[in-house]
Structures are given as C-alpha cells and as structure tokens.
Design a protein around this ligand. Structure first.
Ligand SMILES: [Zn+2]
Length: 387
C-alpha cells in the first residue's frame, strides 16, 4: 500500500503547481484557502475565499460557482492544497493550480497578507509590555500571533522555549515528542508537573501552554522524527524550527529537512555545565553538516542518556534559543547566524566562535552528495531521551 509520501508525490505529478512569485501575478484567479479556521484567522491571502479541506466537496460550488474561473488553491505548506487541487479538477474546475510552499512561503516571500486588523482589548493588556517596545509594537505582536514555530522535543530545552514562545503570543506551536513524562525529567523540564507523570510530554506541554495563553494553538506530533514523517510534519508550514533534540539521528534529520524546506533552525545543546546556541539559516549561514558532515562513529559519540546536566542550564539555553526565534519571527536584531555562542555555567562566561559555510557541504554545498534523508542509528546505549 502506498504511504503518504508516495501518495503526495503521485498527486503532485497530476496537478499544476505554482510558486509564490508566480501566484502573486495571477490576479484574475480566485484564491481558495483550504486550511482550518484557526489557521485562516491568523492571516490569509487578501481576497481569498475560505473553504476548509474537510468541506471542500460540499461547499466549493457556493464559494466558486463558475467552474471556468481559474483557481489557485493553497494551504499552509502545499500538501493539503495538492490533494484539494486534484479534488477540484475531479469536480470539473477547468483551471486549477496549487500554491507550492503554501501560505508560509507566500508570507515569507513578503507578499501581502490580510491580518486580523488589530488586537482585542484583552490582547492589548496581555501584550502591553511588547506594545511599548517600538521594535515589536502592534504590528510585531500581530506578526507573532500569526507565526508558527515547530519545537523538536518538549524536554529540557523545549520546556522553557515553549513557555516563553507561548507567553510572547506566538500563535501556533508544533511539538514533536514521542516520550512520556518521567520523574527524572522534573528537575529541569518545567513545562511538566508532578501530576503529569506518565503522560505524553506533548500533551502535558500543550495543557500547560493553553493554561498560560489561550491565544496559542498547539499542534502535537506524538511520534519520533524519522525519514518517513519529517516531510509530512514540515509540510504543515513552519517559520522557524527550534531544535531541542539531544541525539544525532534527529539532529541530522532536522538539518537536512530545514535545508530542503528552507526553514531556519535555532539549535541548542547542553552538557553538564556547558551550553551552546546557534542559528542555522539555509543559504545564508552554515548548516549543521557544514560543521559535522557525518555523525561520529558510535564509539566516539558521547553518551546522551546519562550525560547529566545542571537543571537550570536548559532554562538558560532554551531561553537564548527563544530569543533568537522571536528575533527571526520579527526580523529584528542580529541573529546567531554563523556564530556559535558558548555558555559556561560554572564560570558564568559567554564566548563566541565564528562558523563558516562549507562549499563542499554534503547538503547545502555546491555539489550536494546527500539528497535523501538518512536514518542514523541511535548511538547511546539505553533509551534515547530529549535533553
Ligand atoms: Zn551545509
């Protein structure tokens, strides 16, 4: 039986796709947004009609009665709309195109979007300390509210990151985590409480976030990132990936996916009293493979499950990652692109190392040699854990 990727690949050969620059020129086309209500509410292409994918067959004829009218159908990342385009063709629409890269690419390319016009009274109060900063203001806050951040892991780094992103009003948070809350996590993973023991971390974090800020929509993926699911998860459309994974297989998958989907990764790692943060921005700075083209041989890999870490350290590193993420979303400041920030918690010392792009990088270099996902074997003995 074909899996999701095969099916998507197949459908994409049967339909027409247009990229954002091309779509922006198609002014005589009707834009049909097939995303869910909450996604539509966070902003959409001006003039588009909204027909969620689940209601497409029953509602499209009311929204678009003239089947000769050319249509551009879009979702967040271009997958749902591919299937929707196929459906519209089957329903007799004569000229249908799917927006490749979806609303996320459209927005990132700087084409106009229609925002909710302003903040409600409760939001003005909630975000008042942001509104007072000229670099954020109402416009920046609206931008945050329609931003989408994918968190890899709801552990030590993902906990503070998810809480601060939620508090800041980042409208959609995706959480990829296949682990359950264990007593040994609570020393540092502050998104989880004692009463969440045994629960999925993704569910526990979602509950904490929703209690903190009802403006935030949390999408959970209770699965381990693999070559099989990474494209599906990325296809949901994300502005930034915040990587809080502590194992090599995930780190390499995230890296390769980020280059191929052109999404920046805010990377963090911790060990005992030492933390590191950097930003991998595809085509601008180095990627992870520019620095480490391949994982180390198993005998040289540090043991990740039993590393040990000072409980507050992921709080510091995860907060630094959140700071980078918010800057990227707002387009302000100097992100840590090509710069590795090192933190020594015992000495309370920050230092910085310059990182360079490698033209011979196997993924983002001039002649890539890796063009498909690689599932590396987990090296450390014992159960893999998020930091
Ligand atoms: Zn690279």
């Amino acid at each position: 039986m074909p899996n999701y990727r095969d099916l998507l690949q197949q459908v994409k050969t049967e339909i027409t796709e247009v990229d954002a620059p091309r779509a922006s020129e198609l002014r005589d086309h009707l834009f049909v947004d097939v995303r869910e209500q909450d996604e539509w509410d966070e902003g959409h292409i001006p003039g588009a009609v909204h027909v969620p994918r689940g209601h497409l067959e029953s509602k499209i004829e009311a929204a678009a009665p003239d089947k000769a009218q050319p249509v551009v159908v879009y979702c967040a990342g271009g997958s749902r709309s591919a299937f929707a385009a196929k459906t519209l063709e089957e329903l007799g629409y004569e000229n249908v195109a799917s927006l490749a890269g979806g609303f996320t690419d459209w927005k990132r390319s700087g084409f106009p979007t229609q925002l909710p016009h302003t903040l409600g009274a409760e939001q003005r109060s909630r975000y008042s300390r942001h509104l007072l900063i000229p670099e954020v203001g109402i416009e920046g806050q609206l931008k945050l509210l329609q931003s989408r951040v994918l968190l890899i892991g709801a552990g030590g780094l993902g906990s503070p990151a998810s809480l601060y992103l939620a508090a800041a009003g980042v409208g959609t948070l995706g959480i990829v985590d296949d682990d359950r809350v264990d007593a040994s996590n609570l020393q540092r993973q502050i998104a989880h409480s004692t009463e969440a023991l045994g629960e999925w971390k993704a569910d526990s974090a979602k509950r904490t976030i929703e209690a903190l800020n009802p403006d935030v929509n949390v999408v959970t993926y209770k699965e381990r990132l693999t070559s099989e699911n990474v494209d599906r998860i990325l296809a949901d459309g994300w502005d930034v990936i915040l990587d809080g994974a502590d194992n090599f297989p995930t780190r390499y998958l995230v890296n390769d996916a980020s280059v191929w989907h052109d999404v920046p990764v805010v990377h963090g790692s911790i060990y005992r009293f030492e933390g590191q943060v950097t930003v991998f921005k595809p085509n601008v700075g180095p990627c992870y493979r520019c620095l480490f083209p391949q994982p180390p041989p198993p005998e040289l890999a540090p043991s990740c499950a039993e590393g040990g870490v000072l409980g507050v350290l992921p709080g510091i590193v995860g907060s630094l990652q959140t700071n980078e993420t918010i800057k990227l979303l707002l387009g302000i400041g100097e992100p840590l692109v090509g710069r590795l920030l090192l933190f020594d918690a015992l000495e309370t010392e920050f230092s910085e190392v310059k990182l360079r792009r490698d033209p011979a990088c196997p993924v983002c270099g001039e002649h890539p040699t890796i063009t498909e996902y690689v599932d590396y074997v987990e090296f450390c003995s014992g159960r893999p854990a998020h930091a």
